[in-house]
Write a protein that binds this ligand. Structure first.
Ligand SMILES: [Zn+2]
Length: 205
């Protein structure tokens, strides 16, 4: 149906159609829109897309997304290194950062324990967390590990597993409060709920 169009536009429509939530009709509309957009803006969009995966990597310390060896949070000298908030994924970091309530650092597990899906501790960044804690200045004295996995079955299982590993290390372990809807996702919670969950965190045992 688009065979009469120049190759370059056909190709663009084809690429747009592969994006989530974009049907053939919207793909055509997007392509036509870009045809009418000033060249500079189109170039800027192309650069943003082209550069997306270039130079992006995971933070050496916390496994958040980063441009260099350290993410923006680990690289910030003001953030408290002895306070580590353990989350399931990068979206959770974004959600917690939006509250402006937290001034520590994070550790991104990149998933949760889920035997049904064959996800065990080796698939998560758990070893990296333990090594990181051992290497912290002042270990184990003033260190607080905040377990902020989701209040789902897998999230609770993961928190319990981590507690078993952390307890013998003599660090303080807390769990964010239950204000979050059970089975819910951290990154869907509103900022106020998240702030309260963080403030209301309690010793985990
Ligand atoms: Zn980091």
């Amino acid at each position: 149906m688009t065979a009469f169009l120049p190759q370059s536009i056909q190709k663009l429509i084809e690429e747009f159609s592969r994006l989530p939530g974009v049907g053939p009709k919207s793909a055509q509309r997007l392509a036509m829109h870009l045809l009418r957009t000033p060249k500079m803006r189109v170039q800027s969009l192309a650069d943003a897309i082209g550069g997306l995966q270039n130079g992006l990597r995971f933070c050496n310390t916390c496994w958040n997304i980063a441009e260099g060896e350290l993410c923006g949070i680990c690289g910030d000298p003001v953030r408290k290194r002895e306070q580590i908030c353990v989350v399931e994924d990068i979206l959770d970091v974004m959600a917690l950062e939006k509250t402006s309530e937290y001034h520590g650092t994070y550790h991104v597990l990149h998933g949760v324990l889920s035997p049904v899906d064959g996800i065990g501790p080796e698939q998560l960044k758990i070893d990296a967390l333990i090594q990181r804690i051992r290497g912290l200045e002042g270990f184990p004295g003033t260190i607080e590990i905040i377990l902020a996995t989701n209040p789902s079955l897998e999230g609770e299982t993961t928190a319990m597993y981590l507690l078993r590993l952390l307890k013998p290390m003599d660090v303080r372990v807390t769990r964010i409060a239950r204000g979050l809807p059970a089975g819910g996702d951290l990154d869907y919670a509103d900022e106020l709920t998240l702030s309260r969950a963080l403030q209301g965190r309690a010793e985990y045992a």
